[in-house]
Design a protein around this ligand. Structure first.
Ligand SMILES: NC(=O)c1ccc[n+]([C@@H]2O[C@H](COP(=O)([O-])OP(=O)(O)OC[C@H]3O[C@@H](n4cnc5c(N)ncnc54)[C@H](OP(=O)(O)O)[C@@H]3O)[C@@H](O)[C@H]2O)c1
Length: 336
């Protein structure tokens, strides 16, 4: 396959290159794209590949394009790349809710990838939705999901390289004083937050993204979680209550889910189902550090909640299954 990675100089783009190499993806050629800021840079891949400027490139000859360059670039360029004949697999939020675009979690709804449709766009879900789907779909198959509420603990790499840099800088700025200030029970003073709506270092911020443009009081991240989950699970009326929270973690999104089911289900039955579900690993104590670099989504702390409900904890690598790995898995389905 002739493959293009768009956003190759970003966080997801870098992991995309790792995943393509690790999974030995059948590449005939690889082209790398970014904005004019990075055009001309050389990326280490075999003999080295020069990054091309997306804005001025000729897209002919590409079979599969893996896009992770943000919503604006995707809205502008995904249709052009598709028109030139490629299957576009897009990581941004630009196309996810378009009814004509499949929203695919590999191992969850593979049937939505139709064969042989060159010149089309396929969307990758939000990295937080992805973690939840890996456990909720098998449990839905087991007992019929009726509703769920979720509180997330989202890593700063979810906001790209800029988010990681801000967490790193603020942790370094606060660390020398942390023990003394804790002893005095005094709050740490940090440089002003720029990437996030408040300081994430030494903190927990119940605000991922920005407020939605309505009177709900929800953020766009919370609404993405609900809308994308409904589309992937094919449950358009599913009741979902998300609260998305940013925590001082570099990589690995975690969450607690309280789910209600149509049929009674015990933690033992849920554990057995999840233990045999692809892409899922049941463990006692899922953490973002344990999830980082792993292909599987980690599930644990599975307990009963009411008569027909379960509560459980999940951690998944937002850059890997949450973005790059899932995109490459979709590319493998397309290639097949
Ligand atoms: N981070 C995650 O956990 C995650 C998970 C799922 C999905 N995503 C999505 O993946 C995308 C990238 O995220 P990221 O975390 O990798 O961000 P990032 O680290 O900020 O990287 C952004 C990449 O996009 C390129 N880019 C930006 N504007 C462009 C334009 N106008 N034309 C061409 N290239 C452009 C940048 O190139 P330059 O070097 O030229 O600036 C860079 O390569 C976003 O849509 C994000 O929502 C991210």
């Amino acid at each position: 396959m002739h493959v293009a990675v768009v956003g190759a100089t970003g966080q997801v783009g870098g992991v995309m290159l790792d995943v393509l190499a690790q999974r030995n993806f059948p590449l005939s050629s690889l082209r790398l794209f970014a904005s004019s800021r990075s055009a001309g840079k050389e990326i280490a891949w075999e003999g080295g590949i020069i990054v091309e400027d997306l804005a001025t490139a000729d897209f002919s000859g590409i079979d599969i394009a893996l896009l992770s360059a943000g919503k604006t670039a995707s809205l502008a360029f995904a249709p052009k790349i598709a028109e030139a004949g490629a299957v576009v697999i897009d990581n941004s939020s630009a196309w996810r809710m378009d009814p004509s675009v499949p929203l695919v979690v590999a191992d969850v709804n593979n049937h939505t990838v139709s064969a042989g449709n060159s010149g089309c766009i396929i969307a990758n879900p939000n990295c937080t939705t992805m973690v939840a789907m890996m456990a909720l779909k098998p449990l839905h198959d087991l007992a019929g999901l009726q509703s769920f509420s979720v509180s997330t603990y989202q890593a700063c790499s979810g906001a790209g390289l800029a988010g990681v840099a801000e967490l790193d800088e603020h942790l370094r700025a606060g660390a020398p004083n942390a023990v003394g200030l804790a002893f005095d029970n005094t709050a740490i003073t940090l440089p002003p937050a720029e990437v996030f709506p408040d300081n994430v270092a030494f903190n927990v911020v119940p605000m991922c993204g920005s407020f939605a443009d309505d009177a709900s009081g929800e953020t766009d991240e919370e609404q993405k979680f609900r809308n994308e989950s409904r589309k992937i699970l094919e449950l358009p009326d599913l009741e979902i209550t998300p609260t998305c929270v940013r925590v001082p973690v570099f990589t690995g999104h975690s969450m607690t889910i309280h789910a209600s089911f149509a049929q009674p289900v015990t933690p033992e039955e849920a554990t057995e189902k999840l233990a045999t579900s692809p892409g899922v690993k049941v463990c006692q104590q899922p953490t973002p550090i344990a999830a980082t670099g792993a292909d599987e989504t980690l599930v644990g702390r599975i307990r009963q909640s009411g008569e027909s409900g379960l509560v459980f904890f999940l951690s998944g690598d937002n850059l890997r299954k949450g973005a790059a790995l899932n995109a490459v898995q979709i590319a493998e389905l397309v290639a097949r």
